[in-house]
Design a protein. Structure first.
Lengths: 500, 343
């Protein structure tokens, strides 16, 4: 075995993050590591990376016990971890980043003085790219100018630059457009062929099945099971992850669309979105699909007043409205659940109560000025109960909740605001399967109550299953509209990638 | 059966770990540690100097630091909203000067600075207004011109101080009516007047922050500005307000300094931003925004006052005081950092 982790346990204060966990990776093997948020995947990875110290257990490489006390130890042993938040310096070039840990020095005196050999560094970076089959990435480009996909490839090259033998990828596909995922897999296969071990952490079961040889599932900090890929069906994996079978991940009742609530016509923001026209009826969920960067988020932000429009008309209930700021949008009953809840959706350091009531403080305040805390508490309680936020307490700091429950708090915030239109941007990204099913049920319920909902998601199965109609964007334009019946994965992808 | 019981027990233990007891929550509050430090310090000082624990000395400490504490109320709001105000000292001097010129009866200095002999109340209001104006400029620089607060207010620190020196040609303004001087030197009952000011203003700001809608917005913006913006909160206006209030409160402090000392000097309140920001930070107001209380800031100011007083009583030369205060800032920033790591 290349890597073997035996009986790993780890406590953080009062919580047992890992308990007697076993995990092994062989040479040339790709192992999927699955589990809900809080199952202990990140802790396990961070122990391997030397970020956290284990309380108990042994780590063996090539059958010999090794000591990993800090990230440098892990690196020396050939363990590279590619985190979701990439560890690159945006203002330096690709080559500089790839050889950050092992500067290529010039020969002779200058090199001894610490001067780096740029040309050599760039040459060797290029050589690494060729080995990996990476094309179209110039080692001299600044990392900050690259797409996420290319940044990720830079990280992989960086791992190889210090002779990594085991590469751990933490949700590498979550920020990648679909067409880049296959490219990444191609590179993972090359790594595998070179005899490297790869750990692939992901929430997306179909991807795990596409690339892994074996799947290890964690639940509540313990081994929940292990399956060779041939036996890993969705149902079995989900049951292992959640600890119970989930009957229906996409509860969706047929819609009874009412009158048109939101109408946008010719929305244009130069260079970003071009001439976007569509409408949403009351009780309707309209999916907005497209590759990452196709302008989906920008459409939502424009409607919400977060970005300025160059031209276009927005009508609510048939009347043209001016939306120049998120404040205007909120006043008109438009809510926006942004794609990154931690950065954009929540004040992590505030309580559930404060976050949930933030949109309606004014309405709950006496004379619109002074807050009545009991009133705020009642409102927060109501939504915490309705949305089944767990634990069902309003006095907890939001940052302490799991991702799924944080997202419920974001939703609570907008439900409290009495909306006509709800713009959902990646509402279930990075959320547990269990919580995902609950949020889907909530979307369905809101539509049934007559809300007009725009659903943006990179997860095609979600868009297809939850939407009444699907709009497809490509390069800032709407390139197609499909009814629920017409919308298949193939048709949406064909439209999205511009090949009709 | 017994294993089930054990599971139940560990579950309740987990729940207990999530919800700390009231006592524990009180102990963990930053305010509590300042009170403890204050009490310890007082105990030690009362042993080494009989002059310390007298009501005269205590009230003197409070009087001499009320202006800093009042300015700290303002800067606390700015910091809570994720900003910083470095122009405090200059703003205090400017406000003091405006009030001094307005109220001065003139005639005592060789140089002819304008003096208007206005009623103290009006002079006071003009001083505060001057402070608020500086705050407004700070706020506009940050909100409209998008200059980072550190640089905007650092620039204003220089500009406003220069304005004070320029306006006075380096001269002092004196000769105030007794009613004005009483604002700084007088008593209401047994309590020094500036302390009354502090008390009232602290209560108003505390109520604003906990019960006014915009108070909660202040915390939300400091906690996560992007999220606040996308929630549809009036982010720019709230930030602007915090700078204006910070300027106005620095103005109150500045006028009180002039009244207390009976003179407006161009170097007045020089470097006070250090004390004022230290008060807030020592009091548990997080420099990264979104966390902290008014009570903490006031306690922080008192702690700095007591320490300075201790240095005097222990006959440490006054030249060393600033070094001590600076060290305390670093220490409290360190504590803030540790606190953040734990949660």
């Amino acid at each position: 075995m290349l890597l073997e982790m035996r009986g790993i346990s780890k406590r953080f204060g009062g919580t047992q993050a890992l308990e007697n966990v076993h995990f092994a990776v062989d040479r040339g093997e790709v192992v999927g590591l699955l589990g809900e948020n809080g199952a202990g995947k990140s802790t396990l990875i961070k122990i391997l990376a030397g970020v956290h110290a284990r309380d108990e257990g042994d780590i063996l490489m090539d059958g010999r016990p090794v000591a990993i006390h800090n990230p440098q130890d892990a690196q020396r042993l050939g363990v590279a971890v590619i985190y979701q938040e990439l560890n690159l310096t945006p203002n330096q070039t690709v080559a500089e980043n790839v050889f950050l840990h092992r500067p290529q020095r010039m020969s002779g005196l200058l090199g001894k003085l610490g001067f780096a050999d740029r040309a050599r560094r760039e040459r060797e970076t290029q050589a690494l790219f060729e080995q990996l089959g990476i094309v179209g990435l110039d080692p001299r480009r600044k990392v900050g100018e690259l797409s996420v996909a290319f940044q990720q490839l830079t990280e992989i090259a960086k791992a190889l630059a210090f002779d990594a033998r085991l590469i751990v990828m933490d949700e590498p596909t979550s920020a990648l457009p679909d067409e880049e995922v296959e490219h990444l897999f191609e590179i993972v296969r090359r790594l595998k062929a070179r005899g490297l071990g790869v750990v692939f952490v992901s929430h997306r079961l179909n991807e795990v099945r596409a690339i892994c040889d074996r799947v290890v599932v964690l639940r509540d900090g313990q081994n929940a099971g292990e399956l060779p890929i041939a036996e890993a069906s969705d149902a079995r994996l989900i049951a292992m992850m959640v600890g119970r079978p989930i009957e229906n991940l996409y509860p969706k009742r047929p819609a009874q669309p009412g009158e048109v609530v939101l109408e946008v016509e010719g929305l244009t923001r130069r260079g970003v979105i071009e001439d976007i026209t569509f409408h949403i009826r009351a009780g309707e969920v309209v999916g907005l699909a497209g590759l990452v960067g196709s302008g989906r988020t920008e459409v939502a932000r424009a409607i919400f007043g977060a970005d300025r429009l160059d031209s276009g008309v927005i009508r609510l209930h048939g009347r043209p409205v001016r939306i120049r700021s998120p404040q205007d949008a909120r006043r008109l009953g438009i809510g926006y659940v942004p794609e990154d809840r931690k950065v954009q959706g929540l004040v992590l350091g505030m309580t559930v109560r404060d976050n949930a009531a933030l949109t309606v403080l004014r309405q709950l305040a006496r004379g619109g000025q002074f807050i009545s805390w009991p009133e705020v508490e009642r409102t927060a309680q109501r939504y915490v109960g309705e949305l089944q936020v767990r634990p069902p307490r309003t006095d907890l700091i939001v940052g302490a909740l799991s991702g799924g429950n944080q997202q419920k708090v974001v939703l609570a915030k907008w439900l409290a605001a009495n909306l006509n239109v709800l713009l959902l941007d990646e509402p279930t990204r990075g959320i547990d399967v269990g919580a995902k099913a609950e949020i889907h049920a909530l979307i369905d319920e809101l539509a049934h109550r007559g809300m007009a909902i725009l659903l943006i998601s990179s997860e095609l199965p979600e868009v297809l299953a939850m939407s009444d109609r699907v709009l497809v964007m490509s390069e800032g334009r709407l390139v197609g509209e499909l009814s629920r019946e017409e919308a298949t994965q193939e048709r949406v992808l064909a439209l999205a990638s511009g090949s009709r | 059966m017994s294993t089930d019981l054990a599971v139940e027990k560990s579950k309740t233990a987990k729940a207990a770990a999530q919800q700390p007891s009231l006592l524990r929550r009180i102990i963990q509050r930053p305010e509590t540690s300042i009170v403890l430090v204050l009490l310890t310090l007082s105990l030690v000082l009362s042993q080494s100097s009989s002059a310390f624990l007298t009501s005269d000395n205590i009230f003197n400490i409070l009087r001499n630091n009320a202006d800093i504490a009042i300015a700290a109320l303002g800067v606390t709001m700015v910091i809570l909203a994720g900003g910083i105000d470095l122009s405090i000292g200059s703003t205090m001097a400017f406000s003091g000067l405006i009030a001094a010129m307005a109220v001065s009866l003139g005639g005592t200095t060789a140089y002819q600075l304008p003096s208007f002999g206005l009623p103290p109340a009006i002079a006071f209001a003009l001083g505060v207004l001057a402070g608020a104006t500086v705050g407004l400029v700070n706020g506009l620089l940050v909100v409209r011109l998008k200059i980072v607060p550190f640089i905007a207010t650092l620039g204003m620190l220089g500009v406003v101080r220069g304005l004070v020196v320029g306006l006075t040609s380096g001269q002092t303004v004196r000769n105030f009516p007794i009613e004005f001087v009483a604002l700084g030197q007088g008593y209401i009952g047994p309590v020094p007047t500036p302390v009354i000011f502090l008390l009232i203003l602290a209560i108003i700001v505390a109520i604003f922050l906990s019960y006014h809608v915009w108070g909660t917005y202040v915390y939300a913006i400091g906690g996560n500005e992007t999220s606040a913006l996308l929630t549809g909160l009036p982010v720019d206006r709230v930030k602007l307000l915090t700078y204006v209030l910070s300027g106005a409160l620095a103005g109150v402090g500045g006028v009180l300094v002039v009244a207390r000392l009976g003179v407006s000097a161009p170097t007045q309140a020089l470097g006070y931003e250090l004390f004022v920001i230290a008060s807030a930070v020592i009091g548990g107001v997080s420099l990264s925004g979104g966390r902290g209380t008014v009570l903490g800031a006031v306690l922080g100011a008192i702690l700095i006052g007591v320490l300075n007083n201790a240095l005097v009583l222990l006959r440490v030369e006054s030249y060393w005081q600033q070094a001590f205060t600076g060290s305390i800032i670093l220490l409290s920033a360190l504590i803030d950092r540790l606190r953040q790591r734990r949660t």
